[in-house]
Design a protein around this ligand. Sequence first.
Ligand SMILES: Cc1cc2nc3c(=O)[nH]c(=O)nc-3n(C[C@H](O)[C@H](O)[C@H](O)COP(=O)(O)OP(=O)(O)OC[C@H]3O[C@@H](n4cnc5c(N)ncnc54)[C@H](O)[C@@H]3O)c2cc1C
Length: 296
Amino acid sequence: MQVPAPVEYERASSVDDALTLLERHGPDARLIAGGHSLIPMMKLRLARPEVLIDINDLDELAYVRREGDELRIGALARHRDLLHSPVAYELYPIFRDAERVIADPVVRNRGTVGGSICQADPSEDLSAAFAAVKASMVIRSAGGGERIVDGADFHVGPYVTAVGDAEILTEIRVPLRPGCGSAYEKVERRVSDWAIGAVGACLCLDGTGDDATVTEAGIGLAAVGASAFRSASAEALLRGGPATDEQFAAAAAEAASSCDPTADQRGPVDYKRHLAQVLTLRALRRAAARARGQEA
Ligand SMILES: Cc1cc2nc3c(=O)[nH]c(=O)nc-3n(C[C@H](O)[C@H](O)[C@H](O)COP(=O)(O)OP(=O)(O)OC[C@H]3O[C@@H](n4cnc5c(N)ncnc54)[C@H](O)[C@@H]3O)c2cc1C
């Protein structure tokens, strides 16, 4: 059995303390939250931090709540917190859809929302869900500075985010919009596996009738090589148009052609592109039904 290389361990008592420790130990230090991504990477020597800074005592970052016209999720909220949050479900059922199919209860009990999106694995489900709902990320730096990064700029590339060496992700903010419905669809090889392909959709409509217009659209994709987990061109195609099945089909075709899947043990390129199309259409239909109040 593989074991990680020797590593120093520090336990942060607050966000400020974590930032001080990060600054003191420099770029060879890494934050550890649930450890479900970092520890396996350390075992495989894909990550070799000199110091681990444990943030599991930072209860101040463990919440899912509504504040004004935003849903706010602390970086240390566990997957299970988001899965079972009544307020998240009421406002954005996409998160329950996604959390239901992320890993298994063992991973969901310990893994955190912040660790998930900071890992920035291209197959990561929550990154696609946050892309669909156009979330922004709050990042704190040593010295007390705080910046809010648009979700489109948060994921710089595979396994790379906008969070700097002496910084910590503290919160994810999701704007609340009227007339909005959201949904997540995923296909995996077996229960609790990573996605072969997955799509989150969020639609805001100006009414509930058949003649409703799409006022805002978000399409997030995981595991199919979408830039920043998004299809901006498919979103543009929907925005301002009728909320009809024809439009959804056209957007699904656009989402599939705008992504760039790679072949691996989960499937060939054509299959993944096909999934992107089928799952986008399904997610848009369910998001629209929810926006119209026809589905929970
Ligand atoms: C068996 C298994 C199956 C899985 N299946 C899925 C799946 O189907 N879908 C899916 O999306 N994911 C899946 N995952 C991934 C899982 O969701 C993540 O491993 C987990 O949520 C990451 O969170 P963590 O708290 O464990 O992060 P950690 O492993 O502790 O950290 C991950 C990275 O994020 C950094 N980090 C953590 N918190 C912060 C912060 N607040 N600010 C800045 N940087 C931070 C760490 O330094 C590290 O680089 C699976 C994992 C396992 C082990």
